[in-house]
Design a protein around this ligand. Structure first.
Ligand SMILES: [Zn+2]
Length: 208
């Protein structure tokens, strides 16, 4: 479990400027492709350290998607998870976007980029020059984080994006367990027989 977490954290440290690792710069297809590659590589990897780190990096991508995109705004309080495993579906979802970190395409369009910040009524809309600063829900005080999802209900977009990310993370781990991911299974064998990932991993995939 610790290695999966380390892999997750390493994605921010080691691949800070690679937008596919964080679903930045509206590179949703690139991040879905990277997600799939990391997950498949992790399944086939014989070295348990490398394999679990890759799984952690794949989870990081799934989590960053909710934090960096406007998915939460488009699915307010409906637990619909993003088709990260079937990225071609995104081609017909023109409203879904992530913000630009790399400002090169933006610098000529600072006025249009401001439209995203002004979009109080149309949070679900697509803004061609939306920046990361406008869309992200990374921190509880980010621009869109503080807005509540539905009037009268004290759930912010930061909370809602986090809920979706947690649900998707659980789904991926359970699916990998059901697919008999060799490293997850060896995590779950008794400590004397394996390197063991500790009992938390077992509790996580079998919550009941
Ligand atoms: Zn990230």
């Amino acid at each position: 479990m610790e290695l999966i977490v380390q892999g997750n954290l390493r994605a921010d440290a080691a691949f800070m400027n690679n937008d596919a690792y964080h679903c930045d710069n509206d590179n949703i297809l690139g991040c879905a492709d990277r997600f799939r590659t990391l997950k498949d590589d992790s399944y086939r990897e014989s070295n348990h350290i490398t394999g679990l780190i890759k799984l952690g990096m794949a989870l990081h991508i799934a989590q960053d998607f909710y934090s960096h995109s406007n998915w939460a705004e488009n699915y307010p309080m409906v637990s619909i998870l993003a088709p990260i495993e079937h990225p071609w579906i995104f081609l017909s979802m023109k409203e879904i976007q992530t913000g630009y970190f790399n400002l090169l395409p933006i610098v000529e369009h600072t006025e249009e980029a401001g439209d995203c910040f002004d979009a109080d009524a149309g949070l679900h809309g697509n803004y061609t020059f939306a920046t990361h600063a406008c869309l992200n829900k990374d921190a509880s005080d980010s621009h869109r984080s503080m807005k509540v999802v539905l009037p009268g209900i004290p759930i912010s977009y930061h909370d809602w994006a986090a809920d979706l990310a947690k649900e998707h993370t659980t789904q991926i781990l359970v699916e990998q367990y059901n697919a008999k991911h060799p490293l997850i299974l060896s995590c779950l064998t008794p400590k004397v027989l394996s390197f063991s990932c500790g009992s938390q991993a077992y509790d996580f995939v079998r919550p009941n």
